[in-house]
Design a protein around this ligand. Structure first.
Ligand code: ADP
Ligand code: ZN
Length: 727
């Protein structure tokens, strides 16, 4: 038979389907094929009886790579849809569905040898053995009871010689079995049995009964949304179907995994970047073969190889990480919608602070809407106190901590409670400035100020990770007085130690949480009360449930308000709600101190009252008046190149082509212009952008088409729709 194969090469010239001859393969199989003078891997997307080509010229598939097709029919269709919707090659769309380690062939399936009892009556079998073969006799008796045992362990118990003797006599048999590496094995314990609250029951009923595909579950922090998800998943499994649970990368905590493993055991597989390649590979196959029925993971788990999907949950749906920031730039919800349509399954979006787009759809009836208005057991939401930092400065307090926060920290320490301090800047200081000439050290490859990391005595670029030695005096004027601009987590820890020498402090940011252990260890230690204060970046903002935390300090609430981005109000509201939600989750009432230089800011005022509804109304009116999403779509074409002239040429070319469209239909545009990107240079590439706000969503396809036809050597062109980040 003939097969259509997509060969795993990303070059756009080879974005074609190739024909081969094969026996015994099916659609979805990964195969190895001859390609030019080399050998490549590919995926069979179709089998057929006839070919339009001369059959003698068609090459043969060399090898089938897996026992079962790696991709289901649904995944093949979805890959095709993705390559069309996001203008990416078929090969790169397919890559989304296959774990990287599988493509590289670096991980193989792991087999273990199992010894099986292969004799009938044990006393008869023992007769056949010599009286003095003590080990053999013992091993045989043991196996007559055990029936099956790991060979290595049996060897360790009775000696390999004895075991081998039994095998040679045919009294034991050795078989090979696939052995799945299981991540987080040690965590399987402690399932909490809970009976649902009345509100949870009614939310679950509502989601089961709705005829709409998507439900928005708006539930305040600590309202027990996770319990709702787990219940829905359970009933989906009871109906013989499968489920995907998506969470933001950073909230995939040990606690959550423990809950899931406790509840669902081996039926649950985890797809997460912090797993070892071997673990990820095995978890993937457990899902593909149907051994596991629930996939849990960050964004990319939406591609989990499950069949017969009944439910997709997207927890913290507003989180920016659900949008892919590198090609293919897919939106998780769009992929989920495709899968839900294919499988006739449901989608649940959960959040305490839904994105404005999602909430609008729910209010307009496109999505089903349901709410959990109170915390479980009616615990109050923590009280938030706004502290005006301008007044602190006027009173002569120039430190990072307001006097109110100092007092609260003191009382937390005295009472043996815990506190979380949040700020969105890692390192010691955001930048370093020469007080005499104003010089600011910048990265050589990027047009950004360097961040001072005191622990390493280094200046680091947070965009390209380049590291420079800390300067002792200004290289520009020789001035010896350097000022630190903008406080980072390292500095906060330093000042805390001065204030409270006895306090035990942990820090969690990208620098301390590099590895899986780092991340989990810090959270685990804090949960076990091995520390009194946790200082961290947005990594600690969500998901975590620390019962002893009674105080949360938001050190610089203004930081996110300054983003020159239409989402900054929304982000600030979300961040404050999430961080505040970490306080007072158990018995003790919680408190939040929010430090700001603009206490009159409307978003802050609504956030401290947890008034999402008013925030939404204020925000949606603003977006409508100014013509921002969801009333328009922002399209950004980013052009970058190491050659400044080439970048400008490409930019001009694309801009002119798009202008023609603009002239034909000016009313479709709310805004159209080109400029340097906010960061003018990144990793030695000069960056320019064309920004558009358009009223017709389909216009992005035109833009993609124009850009696709504009390829030049050494110039990178990308099209982003409503990007999370406009740097
Ligand atoms: P959310 O995700 O909405 O912020 P969680 O799911 O983390 O809230 O739940 C908050 C806390 O309430 C957790 O400690 C959870 O174990 C507990 N909880 C949830 N549902 C119940 C219930 N029905 N009875 C008792 N405790 C519950
Ligand atoms: Zn850099």
């Amino acid at each position: 038979m003939f097969v259509d194969v997509i060969v795993d090469i990303l070059a756009s010239e080879t974005d074609k389907i190739f024909e081969y001859y094969a026996e015994d393969v099916s659609a979805g199989d990964r195969v190895r094929v001859p390609f030019g003078n080399t050998v490549k891997d590919g995926v069979v997307i179709r089998t057929k009886q006839n070919s339009d080509f001369d059959p003698s010229k068609i090459k043969k598939v060399l090898e089938k790579l897996d026992e079962v097709p790696a991709l289901s029919e649904e995944c093949l269709q979805l890959a095709d849809a993705i390559s069309k919707a996001y203008f990416v090659s078929k090969a790169s769309a397919l890559r989304l569905f296959l774990p990287a380690e599988m493509r590289r062939g670096t991980v193989r399936e792991k087999f273990v040898k199992i010894a099986e009892y292969n004799a009938g009556d044990v006393s008869e079998a023992l007769e056949a053995l010599k009286k003095n073969a003590v080990s053999q006799r013992a091993a045989l008796s043991f196996m007559s009871v055990q029936k099956r045992f790991r060979l290595t362990e049996l060897n360790a118990k009775y000696g390999a010689g004895a075991v081998n003797g039994l095998v040679q006599r045919g009294l034991l048999r050795v078989v090979e079995e696939k052995n799945f590496r299981r991540p987080y094995e040690a965590m399987e314990s402690g399932e909490k049995k809970v009976s649902l609250t009345f509100d949870q029951e009614s939310v679950i009923r509502d989601i089961k009964e709705t005829t709409k595909c998507v439900t928005l579950l708006h539930g305040v922090t600590g309202s027990g949304k996770t319990e709702v998800y787990l219940n829905l998943i359970k009933s989906v499994l009871d109906r013989g179907k499968t489920a995907i649970l998506l969470v933001p990368e950073i909230s995939l905590t040990p606690q959550m995994l423990k809950n899931l493993r406790g509840r669902f055991g081996d039926e649950c597989a985890i797809l997460h970047s912090s797993l070892s390649p071997g673990e990820r590979f095995d978890e993937w196959w457990r899902l593909r073969t149907g051994e596991a029925k629930i996939a849990v993971g960050a964004r990319s788990a939406v591609f989990a190889p499950l069949e017969n999907l009944g439910l997709i949950v997207i927890d913290e749906e507003h989180d920016g990480s659900y949008q892919s920031e590198s090609a293919p730039r897919y939106t998780t919800l769009e992929v989920a919608l495709f899968r839900a349509t294919y499988n006739k399954s449901k989608i649940v979006l959960g959040s305490a602070t839904p994105s404005v787009e999602t909430y609008k759809r729910a209010m307009e009836g496109e999505y089903n809407f349901t709410e959990l208005k109170e915390r479980v057991n009616k615990r109050p939401l923590p009280q938030v106190e706004i502290v005006d930092m301008r007044r602190e400065v006027r009173r002569g307090n120039a430190s990072v901590f307001s006097s109110a926060l100092k007092a609260e920290l003191k009382s937390v320490l005295e009472n043996g409670h815990q506190a979380i301090l949040f700020l969105n800047q890692r390192g010691y200081s955001k930048s370093v400035i020469c007080t005499s000439c104003g010089y600011v050290p910048k990265c050589e490859a990027c047009d950004v100020a360097l961040t001072y990391h005191m622990e390493e005595g280094a200046l680091k670029c947070h965009y390209c990770n380049a590291k420079y030695k800390m300067i002792e005096k200004c290289p520009n004027c020789g001035g010896e007085y350097l000022r630190y601009g903008g406080v980072g987590t390292q500095r906060v820890v330093g000042e805390l130690k001065k204030l409270f020498p006895a306090a035990r402090i942990l820090r969690m940011d990208r620098d301390t949480a590099q590895s899986k252990e780092g991340h989990f260890k810090i959270l685990g230690d804090f949960a076990e009360k091995k520390a009194d204060i946790l200082v961290g970046t947005q990594m600690i903002a969500k998901g975590h449930d620390f019962p002893a935390v009674t105080l949360v300090g938001i050190l610089d609430a203004d930081q996110s308000l300054h983003f020159s981005d239409y989402r900054s109000g929304e982000r600030t509201f979300q961040l404050i709600t999430q961080v505040a939600g970490r306080s007072g989750r158990a018995g003790e009432a919680g408190k939040v101190i929010l430090q700001t230089y603009q206490p009159e800011n409307n978003v802050l005022r609504l956030a401290v009252k947890y008034d999402y509804k008013s925030f939404y109304e204020h925000e949606i009116a603003l977006r409508k008046a100014t013509g921002f999403p969801p009333f328009t779509e922002i399209i950004r074409v980013l052009v970058s190149s190491e050659d400044d002239e080439k970048a400008k040429d490409a930019l001009r070319g694309i801009y002119e082509k798009l202008s023609e469209k603009n002239i034909k239909n000016p009313s479709a545009f709310h805004y159209f212009g080109y400029m340097k990107a906010p960061i003018k240079k990144l990793q030695n590439k000069f960056r320019y952008q064309i920004l558009m706000r358009v009223k017709t969503p389909a216009f992005k396809f035109t833009v993609q088409e124009v850009c696709a036809g504009y390829k030049m050597r050494g110039v990178f062109v990308s099209v982003e729709v409503n990007p999370q980040n406009l740097t």
